[in-house]
Design a protein around this ligand. Structure first.
Ligand code: GLN
Length: 282
């Protein structure tokens, strides 16, 4: 006799399986995965608890659940992540937007002049650039990334939100010889290389290293970006950067060492961690 797998039975089994694999919010994640696999919302899931699933439906659930059991991030499986109140497409190969980075958007937005020219270095999914464009209509935003996958994703996200971005392939300031901006923002890779192996499996095994690895002390990108930004800012223009935990004094020191910045500031994320450093070109 073949067993009958109702929605509820599959949900309970999935919850136990994910928990066993180390997934923290196993019950909630099991619900989201089943919703995605079955093409329903959570109310739909609840009202169908007693319904036996077909073999096709079971296979669809199994496919998504096994990806999550391998600790692939839920966002890659579901294909989206909320950032700054906007829904972004996410895809393997490109860093998933973090809520911590909303602090960078806020600190940049209050410093951007009307109709300003903005550059986002390492645009990734486009979340920072698009959130700024939505918050400040009239500004012009350029994003660059060393990853072509990222640029394609940023383009799709820009279209999704009805925003136009200039997207350029290249590393740091390389594509911008002779160009200047009113505001430069970046969330560069800042994890010290040796710490990468200590991160949770979702990040360590599934998110792109090139978006995370900041070199031996995590500061490689700041060492290049802070002095080079002075060649690409108009007088009075701002450089506003996301930083990792504990990096504020060292990065503020890099701003000071150039002698080319004033009004150097730091800002904390909602968790109280210094998350952003910025300064204004003299
Ligand atoms: N905040 C990210 C993390 O902790 C790191 C992002 C970055 O290196 N810029 O996973």
């Amino acid at each position: 006799m073949t067993e009958t797998w109702t929605t509820l039975k599959v949900l309970n089994w999935t919850k136990g399986y994910l928990a066993e694999k180390g997934v923290e919010n196993a019950r909630l994640e099991a619900e989201w995965l089943l919703c995605a696999a079955l093409g329903m919302d959570r109310v739909g899931l609840y009202v169908n608890f007693d319904k036996p699933l077909t073999s096709v439906e079971l296979a669809a659930c199994r496919a998504l659940v096994s990806r999550r059991a391998r600790r692939e991030p839920l966002q890659y499986i579901l294909g989206s992540q909320d950032f700054y109140g906007l829904d972004f497409e996410v895809a393997p190969g490109v860093l998933i937007p973090r809520h911590d980075t909303e602090t960078l958007v806020q600190e940049a937005a209050v410093r951007c002049p009307p109709r300003g020219k903005v550059l986002d270095i390492g645009v990734g999914s486009g979340c920072i650039a698009i959130a700024l464009a939505k918050a400040l209509p009239g500004i012009g935003i350029t994003g660059c990334d060393a990853s072509k996958d990222a640029l394609e994703l940023a383009e799709r996200n820009a279209a999704r939100h009805g925003v136009s971005l200039e997207l350029v392939h290249g590393s740091l300031f390389e594509p911008f010889t002779g160009r200047t901006f009113d505001l430069i923002v970046s969330n560069p890779p800042y994890i010290p290389t040796a710490d990468l192996d200590t991160l949770q499996p979702e990040v360590r095994d599934h998110e792109p290293r090139q978006a995370l690895d900041g070199g031996i002390d995590g500061l490689d990108f700041y060492r290049r970006m802070v002095p080079e930004a002075l060649c690409h800012l108009d007088a009075g223009g701002w450089l506003v950067l996301e930083i990792g935990m504990g990096q504020a004094p060292a990065v503020a020191g890099l701003f000071e060492a150039t002698g080319g910045f004033r009004e150097i500031f730091s800002a904390r994320d909602p968790g109280g961690i210094e998350r952003v450093i910025g300064g204004r070109k003299v």
